[in-house]
Ligand binder design. Structure first.
Ligand code: NAD
Length: 380
C-alpha cells in the first residue's frame, strides 16, 4: 500500500494554484519523532489565524493538504461570524492517533507552532486531545483550549449551549416577532454535552420537547429533570425525530442530517442546533429555503466554544465569555435579514456576511502583522 511518505506532492505551480486563496502553507517534518504536519493559514486580516489540529491517517499528502486548506478557510468564516479577533487556520498531522502519538511528537509540533511567532494559534480537534497539547504547550504559548488546571478555559459545551439558546431566540424573534423560548415546541436530536444543556435551558423557560438519543441514560436524566420545571418532555425514536410537528428542530448530534430524505419529513418552521456540518451539501440550504424552513447556519449558532478559546488571550473569565456569546443572537438575525433581502439561502447569506466583514477589516487594517500585537504573542 502506498503511504503518505511515498506519494510525491504535485508540482509547485499547481500547489500555488491550490493555495490561491491562502496566505501561507507550512510543511513540518521531524524524522526523529515521525512528525509530518501541514499548517494552513487562510487569512490573517482580522487577526492571527486560529484553528484546531487534526490527526488522521491520511492516505496521501494531497488528501491532508486538501483537508487543511478546506478547514482553514472554514475557520476564517467562523471567526468572522463570531466577531473574534482571529483569522482562519488549521493544522493536520499525518498519522494514526491510536498508534503514532508520542509526547515528543507533540513537543516537536509545538516548536513548529512557535516558529510562526504568533501567526497561528491551535488546540484540539478530531484525533487530538488536551493531553497532547499539554506536551505542545511546553514549547509554545500559542495553544488554546487547555484544561483549566493548565490555564485553559475548560469545557466548551457551556458557551456552545448558551450560544445555541441565543440562536434559537433570534430564530423565534424572526418567526414570531418575539424571542421567548417558553411555550414553543422543539425536537432535539442528541442530549450529550451540548444538547442536554440546551434542553435544560428550554425546559426552564417552559418549553415542550420531543427528544431522542441513542443513550437511554441521557434520556432518563432529561425526563427526570423535566418534572422539576414547567416544561414537558416526550421521548421519540431516532428516526421519528425528523417528522415531529414542532416549531424548531434542534440537531445536537450528527452532521449531514439535512438531506433529501429528512427535508421531505421535516414539519418544523426552523432548524437551529449545534451539530457541525448539518447540510449534506449547499443545495440542501436552498431546498430548506424553498420549503420555507428557516435555517440557522451551523458555524454561527455553534460558535460559543470558539468564542471561549479566542477569549483566552485576555485571561480566563467565564462571565465575559457568556456575555460575548450574545453576539450570536445579532449575527443570526443579520443573516436572516440578509437572506430575505437578497432572496438567497441563509447559508449563502452567512458566507456573504463573513466575506463582507473580512473585506471591511482589510480596508481598515491592511495586512495583519503579529508584530503590531505583542501582547497576544506574550500573553503568559
Ligand atoms: P456529545 O458526544 O457529548 O453528544 C452527542 C450526543 O448525540 C450523545 O449523547 C450521543 O449519544 C447522541 N447521538 C449520537 N448518535 C445519535 C443518533 N443517531 N440519534 C440521536 N442521538 C445520537 O457531543 P457534543 O459535544 O454535545 O456535540 C454535539 C454536536 O455539536 C456535535 O456535532 C459537535 O461537533 C457539535 N459541536 C460541539 C461543540 C462543543 O463545544 N462541544 C462546539 C461546536 C459544535
Amino acid at each position: 500500500m502506498e503511504t503518505a511518505k511515498s506519494i510525491p506532492l504535485s508540482g509547485e505551480f499547481e500547489l500555488f494554484e491550490r493555495m490561491a486563496e491562502h496566505e501561507q502553507v507550512v510543511f513540518c517534518n521531524d524524522p526523529s519523532t515521525g512528525l509530518r504536519a501541514i499548517i494552513a493559514i487562510h487569512n490573517t486580516t482580522v487577526g492571527p489565524a486560529l484553528g484546531g489540529c487534526r490527526m488522521h491517517p491520511y492516505r496521501s499528502v494531497e488528501e491532508a493538504l486538501e483537508d487543511a486548506l478546506r478547514l482553514s478557510k472554514g475557520m476564517s468564516y467562523k471567526c468572522a461570524a463570531a466577531g473574534v479577533d482571529f483569522g482562519g487556520g488549521k493544522a493536520v498531522i499525518i498519522g494514526d492517533p491510536k498508534s503514532d502519538k508520542s509526547p515528543e511528537l507533540f513537543r516537536a509540533f509545538g516548536q513548529f507552532i512557535n516558529s510562526l511567532g504568533g501567526r497561528f494559534y491551535t488546540g484540539t480537534d478530531m484525533g487530538t486531545t488536551m493531553e497532547d497539547f499539554i506536551h505542545a504547550s511546553k514549547e509554545t504559548h500559542y495553544i488554546v483550549g487547555l484544561p483549566v488546571a493548565y490555564g485553559g478555559g475548560g469545557d466548551s459545551s457551556v458557551p456552545t449551549a448558551a450560544g445555541v439558546l441565543y440562536g434559537i431566540k433570534a430564530t423565534n424573534q424572526s418567526l414570531f416577532g418575539k424571542p421567548d423560548l417558553g411555550g414553543r415546541t422543539y425536537a432535539i436530536q442528541g442530549l450529550g454535552k451540548v444538547g442536554s444543556k440546551v434542553a435544560i435551558g428550554l425546559l426552564e423557560e417552559g418549553a415542550h420537547l420531543y427528544v431522542t438519543d441513542i443513550s437511554h441514560e441521557s434520556l432518563r436524566i432529561i425526563e427526570e429533570l423535566a418534572s422539576t420545571t414547567s416544561g414537558t418532555v416526550k421521548v421519540v425514536g431516532s428516526e421519528d425525530i425528523y417528522s415531529q410537528e414542532a416549531d424548531v428542530f434542534v440537531p445536537c448530534a450528527l452532521g449531514g442530517i439535512i438531506n433529501d430524505q429528512t427535508i421531505e419529513q421535516f414539519q418544523v418552521k426552523a432548524i437551529a442546533g449545534s451539530a457541525n456540518n448539518q447540510l449534506l451539501n449547499e443545495t440542501h440550504g436552498r431546498r430548506l429555503q424553498q420549503k420555507g424552513i428557516l435555517y440557522a447556519p451551523d458555524y454561527i449558532i455553534n460558535s460559543g466554544g470558539l468564542i471561549q478559546v479566542a477569549d483566552e488571550l485576555y485571561g480566563i473569565n467565564h462571565a465575559r465569555v457568556l456575555a460575548k456569546t450574545r453576539h450570536i443572537y445579532d449575527a443570526i438575525l443579520e443573516v436572516y435579514e440578509m437572506a430575505i433581502k437578497n432572496g438567497i439561502s441563509t447559508m449563502e447569506a452567512a458566507n456573504m456576511m463573513c466575506d463582507k466583514r473580512i473585506e471591511n477589516k482589510r480596508n481598515r487594517n491592511g495586512f495583519f502583522t503579529t508584530a503590531m500585537k505583542p501582547k497576544w504573542a506574550f500573553r503568559k
